[in-house]
Write a protein that binds this ligand. Structure first.
Ligand code: X3X
Length: 336
């Protein structure tokens, strides 16, 4: 009789604990602040707002992601620090900022590496090389939800016509404060001048800098064309953002909500890649209608000038550049 009572008591305890966790999951609510520097007119902003809305709907309001565009709250390195410190915060930044914690991410988005959006997206989604990088980021407290919110190749935007590295001598170009960007634009021959995006257009207008580097989508979305008319098609970086959350915060989110969050940020990036591929031609035409001129450059000269960057990244895994090129070669061959 005692055995039976003990068994019934144990089953009741288990049932209660299950129902408690079920109630806990149903009562679970989390508000996250999502921060980036893009303007309301830019696609990245629209995609972040869209994904946040879908997640809120699919979790019946349990996961409330408040989006803060245009650098309203912490961005760039400061935003990444919020993530690493375990704040209820999502940072949307270039993967080179993850590189401050896992240096190989600087090589992942290094200069003159990619020819298409798709090959980068395939690389970051389907290779063990990048999967291992993501694990290394988690060991540093950074859960990566996406890496391919692509917003176009970044080129040099000035009034002076630029075709080769020598043309950039003495030319001050605004870059984001990422050391990878600063070192790369200096290697290209320019004088890199780091500024947050919010100060960039006024600095260009006032002649504090001679120009900047950015994509056609940035050019159109933030009206760079009103202050600079020449784009030298260096395509030195693929403009892309990753989406990062603290592992401490992530691990406390119930699994059913983790899946929705991960799936929707993942799907949003794929939608954005397709959207940007489809829009690029029209964006170039619209910029040309505003008087913007595009010119080809000596790509080999810029590639040679920036090759040393991969060897100079402190703490980078030896031969990671060769490993990236090896994966890209396989991806390109598979597409043929
Ligand atoms: O960290 C995210 C990107 O690197 C931001 O690049 P940035 O600071 O040149 O801004 C791009 C613009 O499109 C923002 O409006």
């Amino acid at each position: 009789m005692n055995m039976k009572r003990t068994l019934i008591a144990a089953m009741a305890t288990v049932a209660l604990s299950f129902s408690a966790s079920a109630i806990a999951a149903d009562d679970y609510k989390l508000t996250l602040k999502l921060s980036h520097v893009f303007s309301p007119a830019e696609d990245l902003t629209k995609f972040m707002d869209e994904v946040a809305g879908i997640i809120k709907k699919k979790t019946d309001g349990a996961i409330n992601i408040q989006t803060f565009p245009q650098g309203q709250i912490a961005t760039y390195k400061d935003g990444m620090e919020q993530v690493v410190r375990g704040a209820n915060f999502i940072s949307v930044e270039d993967p080179s900022y993850v590189g401050d914690y896992v240096p190989d991410f600087k090589a992942l988005v290094g200069p003159m590496l990619y020819d298409t959006y798709d090959e980068y997206s395939t690389l970051v989604r389907n290779t063990k090389l990048v999967a291992d990088m993501k694990k290394a980021a988690e060991a540093k407290g950074i859960k990566i939800l996406a890496l391919d919110y692509v917003f176009g190749f970044r080129s040099v935007i000035t009034n002076k016509v630029i075709t080769k590295p020598e043309d950039l001598k003495g030319v001050k170009l605004r870059t984001p404060g990422s050391k990878l960007f600063i070192d790369t634009l200096n290697a290209m021959g320019a004088t890199a001048t780091p500024l947050p995006w919010g100060e960039t257009l006024s600095a260009v207008s006032q002649g504090v800098v001679d120009g900047l580097e950015g994509s056609e989508f940035t050019n159109l979305g933030t009206k760079v064309y009103e202050v600079r008319k020449n784009v030298a098609l260096t395509r030195h970086f693929l403009g892309t953002c990753g989406v990062y959350i603290s592992t401490q915060v992530w691990d406390k989110i119930p699994a059913k909500y983790q899946k929705i969050i991960a799936d929707e940020f993942d799907a949003g990036a794929l939608r954005m890649v397709e959207t940007m591929k489809g829009k690029h031609g029209a964006v170039v035409k619209e910029l040309e209608s505003y008087g913007v001129k595009f010119n080809e450059v000596d790509k080999k000269a810029f590639k040679d000038a920036t090759a040393r960057i991969y060897k100079e990244i402190p703490g980078v895994t030896p031969n990671v550049y060769d490993a990236l090129v090896g994966e890209l070669t396989k991806i390109r061959a598979a597409k043929k």
